[in-house]
Design a protein around this ligand. Structure first.
Ligand code: MG
Length: 266
């Protein structure tokens, strides 16, 4: 009986040593692997500011990108086929199955106005609550480009460089001017596109200024490059790019847009 127990104890110890040594071998590889969390910033949390009433009617020289009627100015960002999001009652709603959409036109420097609304009955939390995005320049399919985050950040905690009005993973908004879900929100953006040298290196960086519900949240921020979900941003040469809207894969209810216009800056 004692001999039998000894044998079992020996087998147990041998097995434990085997497991521990295999874990020790895996550890360095796991440590070297970049993770999305590496580039999340959680503090300090921007102060809450209650926005006043806003107006956003298009001026005479604006290019109307969405006026409530149709998606004539937009295509699928994946294959340039007609955009398949839903237009109803003057409002554009994300069709998550159809993927991101982008403008047919390309832009360099511009002023842009856009309104967005998270459904009143929104569910989920963190990044999975009304996530979308305004890509200030779409440099390729998928989420390639420079993302101004759209998210329900009204009483919804997440990493602050990923909240609404952040330049995703680069710039925390100066304050939190988010309205409640169910209310329309406005973005007013001044975008200065990056300029590149012939060899592809960056000559001058991109800059962005953003008003969120009329409140200054990004003040001539110098971008470090394209948005990266994992790892650090860097510049990739492009010459004029569409403006893109994100169909994020989170399971929360799709958000809506209205009154989108842009003014090219010569
Ligand atoms: Mg997003």
């Amino acid at each position: 009986m004692v001999k039998c127990m000894r044998t079992w104890l020996l087998i147990f110890f041998a097995f434990t040593i085997l497991v521990l040594s295999s874990l020790a071998q895996q550890a360095p590889a796991t440590q070297n692997q970049a993770k999305p969390e590496d580039t999340e910033v959680w503090k300090p949390v921007p102060e809450v500011v209650t926005p006043g009433a806003t107006c956003g009617a298009a001026p005479s020289d604006a290019i109307i990108l969405f006026d409530g009627k149709n998606l004539d100015q937009w295509v699928s960002a994946q294959d340039k086929s007609p955009a398949q999001w839903i237009v109803s009652d003057g409002v554009l709603t994300v069709n998550k199955k159809a993927g991101n959409i982008e403008t047919k036109r390309s832009f360099k420097d511009y002023q842009l106005h856009l309104e967005w609304k998270v459904p009143e009955n929104i569910t989920g939390s963190g990044q999975l609550r009304g996530n979308s995005g305004l890509f200030l320049a779409s440099t390729g399919p998928g989420d390639a480009g420079y993302e101004l985050q759209i998210l329900d950040s009204y009483n919804n905690q997440t990493y602050v460089n990923g909240m609404a009005a952040s330049i995703y993973k680069q710039a925390i908004p100066l304050v939190n001017a988010n309205r409640k879900p169910g209310e329309w929100q406005t973005y007013d953006v001044a975008w200065t596109a990056p300029v590149f040298n012939a060899d592809g290196s960056m000559k001058t960086p991109a800059y962005v200024t953003v008003f969120f519900n009329g409140v200054l949240v990004q003040n001539h921020f110098e971008l470090k490059g394209e948005t990266r979900y994992i790892g650090q941003p860097f510049y990739k040469k492009y010459d004029g790019a569409p403006i893109k809207l994100q169909a994020h894969g989170d399971p929360s209810e799709p958000i809506s847009f209205r009154n989108i216009w842009v003014r090219e800056l010569k």
